[in-house]
Design a protein around this ligand. Structure first.
Ligand SMILES: [Zn+2]
Length: 177
């Protein structure tokens, strides 16, 4: 099939934005972005496979966490269109552009900590890559997690840090999982 043939019509898109990806996560929660709104960037996915990937991470990562803790979990960033990813200076190969990554921030509701979420995912769920995003030894500022639908999930844990000049680098955590 060609790219055009797989593209969604505006009516399909409108329907899809309202859809639920899992019991407690809607597609619109994974598309919203203050930066996209501010800069007038369209952040709606144009391909079915992006929505399928979002559905897979919702069902296999988000919802098991939501069910285990029984509290709302805030998605601070889900899908990023290539334009949005460029605007925020995201990695060129960001899994957010494929609908394979979510940034989760429990501090928004403050019932559970980001560290609790991170450790639960690490010990109980399938995931491709998880990042302890900045913060300190006790708690990351947010948790980045990715899931590869129908592929290999590496269960790789990294910690994002900033050096003295503010440049971001990553340390591998828990090598022997
Ligand atoms: Zn992320």
């Amino acid at each position: 099939m060609t790219e055009e043939a797989k593209s969604l019509t505006p009516a399909d898109q409108d329907y899809q934005i309202k859809m639920k990806l899992s019991k407690n996560l809607s597609l619109s929660e994974c598309l919203k972005s203050k930066t996209a709104t501010r800069l007038g960037i369209n952040n709606e996915p144009h391909d079915d496979w992006v929505v399928e990937n979002l559905q897979a991470i919702a069902e296999n990562v988000f919802q098991p966490c939501r069910d285990h803790f029984g509290v709302p979990i805030y998605v601070s960033s889900g899908y990023r269109s290539p334009d949005l990813n460029r605007a925020i200076g995201g990695s060129k190969r960001s899994q957010h552009m494929e609908g394979r990554a979510l940034d989760l921030d429990c501090d928004v509701y403050g019932v559970i900590t980001n560290a609790e979420l991170f450790n639960y995912i690490r010990e109980n769920l399938e995931f491709d890559q998880m990042v302890w995003e900045f913060g300190d030894e006790d708690n990351p500022d947010w948790v980045h997690v990715s899931y590869v639908h129908g592929g290999t999930n590496r269960k790789r844990c990294l910690r994002a840090c900033r050096d003295d000049e503010g440049k971001v680098y990553y340390q591998v955590m828990y090598k022997q999982l």
